[in-house]
Design a protein around this ligand. Structure first.
Ligand SMILES: *[C@@H]1O[C@H](CO)[C@@H](O)[C@H](O)[C@H]1NC(C)=O
Ligand SMILES: *[C@@H]1O[C@H](CO)[C@@H](O)[C@H](O)[C@H]1NC(C)=O
Length: 381
């Protein structure tokens, strides 16, 4: 794997792709939480993202109803977040860590990495100062050519999907109409340029005040933030739905077991929405357990991850809409400055390392992938 390519690939993904903003101040509160996120797709067995052999054509991931499809077969995702890839790809001295992280992910059978595609401060920053954005950075990345492969990003199948915005909220309009219109406009605009890639919003999964599911929310506050999982996700140009899972942020008085029960309910509820109403895949694009809890024990992380991964596996096995999850967040040594209270270096926690591989292998089995070849042979035998 050539780190050069990664740096370019990822570096170029960082330009935020958005229509220039109009004079409407309403977008600012939303953009306070904004990001543009790229999911990079890696196939099993072939760790090389660089120098694709001439003539080898990769397919784009597609959607059929509530499933992802790759080359005519269902695709299930075990993956991770490393939002810091971009920052490191720009620095020659630490560029190598990007390759180390992607290699490490591939070695655990992970196939999708979600990474920030914008810079908040520093080089080519999107947000120059709080609430102030650089219009120049709102320029097209979809038509940008990768300088090594010569492929425009909109035509690049190693990109799994685009995400519009991270955790959109619009508190100034709790009815949800403002955010709904913004998502409709932005998804339409992106699809007018890139019809190859899947598109998701980046929702936390909160239910709005009029949703019959609002009682499932972690608290009453959650329905006042201007977003609604089902309504927003039902927009035609949204290909799959996304949900985040942070029980420590949501509850301050619950014990670990109670949080676990809640997480289980939260995950099942969104799979049910997608199975029964939306008929779209659901990906749990961030899940994390904080080590800052007063009752935190390292073993709880494994239990928490397992609760989520088991539900995904069971859904996938019966061809349900639960198609994958991305842990928040995996790191490699040497980038502690990008850690938060959720991050870990997977090989430093053997139980989590093992669980991660187990999930990759059992999802590969459902997909009918040959476990006697390539990467899977070492991993899953
Ligand atoms: C897509 O879904 C339909 C209906 O469930 C099914 O008949 C068809 O075989 C699926 N196509 C692929 C490529 O999986
Ligand atoms: C989703 O949108 C369709 C029309 O596009 C509508 O018929 C359906 O009721 C909507 N579903 C929900 C759950 O809002």
């Amino acid at each position: 794997m050539k780190s050069d390519l990664h740096s370019h690939l990822i570096l170029r993904l960082l330009t935020l792709y958005r229509k220039p903003m109009g004079g409407n101040g309403v977008l600012y509160p939303i953009l306070g939480f904004a990001s543009c996120v790229a999911f990079i797709y890696m196939s099993f067995g072939d760790l090389k993202l660089s120098s694709l052999p001439k003539g080898l054509s990769l397919s784009f991931v597609e959607r059929n109803g509530s499933h992802f499809i790759l080359d005519g077969k269902p695709l299930y995702v075990n993956g991770w977040n490393s939002y810091w890839l971009m920052a490191h790809s720009m620095d020659e001295n630490s560029r190598g860590r990007v390759s180390v992280m992607l290699q490490a992910g591939a070695k655990m059978g992970l196939t999708v990495c979600r990474t920030w595609a914008f810079n908040d401060g520093g080089y080519e920053a999107l947000q120059i100062s709080p609430g102030q954005f650089d219009e120049r950075v709102f320029q097209t990345v979809l038509t940008r050519k990768n300088t090594i492969t010569g492929i425009e990003y909109r035509n690049d199948p190693t990109i799994f999907a685009w995400e519009l915005i991270n955790e959109p909220r619009c508190m100034s309009d709790p009815s949800g109409d403002t955010l709904q219109e913004w998502i409709e406009e932005m998804t339409g605009f992106i699809k007018s340029i890139d019809k190859n890639h899947l598109l998701t919003i980046g929702l936390e999964g909160l239910y709005g005040p009029k949703s019959p599911k609002s009682a499932v929310n972690p608290g009453e506050w959650a329905s006042t933030l201007g977003s609604d999982f089902v309504r927003n996700s039902n927009i035609t140009n949204v290909d799959f739905t996304s949900v985040h899972i942070y029980p420590d942020h949501w509850f301050h008085d619950l014990g670990f077991e109670e949080k676990q029960r809640y997480v289980s309910k939260w995950v099942r509820s969104h799979i049910e929405d997608c199975d029964e109403e939306l008929k779209k895949p659901v990906m749990f694009t961030e899940y994390g357990l904080s080590n800052q809890n007063k009752d935190f024990q390292a073993s709880q992380r494994e239990q928490f991850y397992r609760t989520i991964l088991d539900i995904i596996y069971k859904s996938a096995k019966k061809k349900g809409s639960g198609v994958g999850a991305l842990v928040w967040q995996f790191l490699v040594e040497g980038i502690e400055e990008y850690n938060d209270d959720f991050g870990l270096v997977p090989w430093e926690t053997p139980s989590i390392h093992k669980l991660t591989i187990q999930q990759s292998c059992r999802l590969a089995r459902i997909q009918g992938l040959n476990q006697q070849t390539g990467n899977l042979k070492q991993l899953c035998s």
